[in-house]
Design a protein around this ligand. Structure first.
Ligand code: HEC
Length: 200
């Protein structure tokens, strides 16, 4: 009976496995040596080495934390935003001329009606904001360029919002085109003049 048991548990060594048989024998138990594939070992040890380097670099050698990386990336975003702002904040006479056309006036009036009439009144007659149909100018000089500064940056203490962050660049130029068409038309029922008289 015991010999049967031994036979059942004894190792079956196939002909092509002989070279893998280790030469020790523990109470009749023998082993085949199947080493792990070298690619597996390579990944395993490389993983350990990488892990140690990573830990040392980020824990002791001042490697950037996620917060540091965020700071750097946000600074890059700010540079791009500032560049974009500088690009759109500057008055662009070509863009004004391009949009200042009779066929755009209907759209320009609609933008004015939606965003400006609550303070400048229909037709720019003036209410909370100055009359835009006369030849007196309170904060701007009446030119499209100086009106652009007021519209883009606003005059917030006096209650004129900064439209640069609200309206698209095109809508601002269209509104300016309409304002320009109102200038010196002296429409009836306009608010009394405010500011400095500028004739041109
Ligand atoms: C909430 C009220 C309000 C709205 C809305 C508003 N404005 Fe004004 N606007 C003012 C006030 C108030 C002033 C005068 C600012 C000052 O005294 O510093 C002004 C000034 C101006 C001036 C310069 C006038 C001058 O006499 O120097 C222009 C041009 C102008 N606004 C255009 C616009 C346009 C275009 C829009 C719409 C896109 C608009 N405003 C929307 C209140 C407003």
């Amino acid at each position: 009976m015991s010999s049967n048991k031994n036979e059942n548990t004894s190792l079956q060594v196939e002909a092509d496995e002989k070279h893998l048989l280790l030469d020790h024998n523990y109470d009749g138990i023998q082993e085949l040596n199947h080493p792990l594939p070298s690619w597996w070992n390579f990944i395993f040890y490389a993983g350990i080495i990488f892990g140690v380097c990573y830990w040392v670099y980020y824990s002791f050698l001042g490697g950037p934390t996620l917060r540091d990386e965020l700071k750097v990336e946000m600074a890059q975003v700010k540079v791009l935003q500032d560049e974009y702002k500088a690009l759109t904040a500057a008055y662009n006479p070509e863009k004004f001329n391009e949009l200042n056309k009779p066929e755009n006036m209907q759209k320009a009036i609609a933008i004015f009606a939606e965003n400006c009439v609550q303070c400048h009144k229909e037709g720019g007659l003036g209410d909370v904001g100055p009359n835009l149909t006369d030849n007196y100018w309170k904060v701007s000089k009446g030119t499209p360029e100086s009106n652009y500064q007021v519209v883009y940056y606003g005059s917030e203490e006096a209650g004129m919002p900064a439209w640069g962050e609200v309206l698209s660049s095109e809508d601002i130029y269209l509104a300016l085109a309409y304002v320009n068409s109102l200038k010196n038309t002296f429409a009836k029922g306009g608010k009394e003049p405010q500011g400095v008289k500028i004739d041109d």
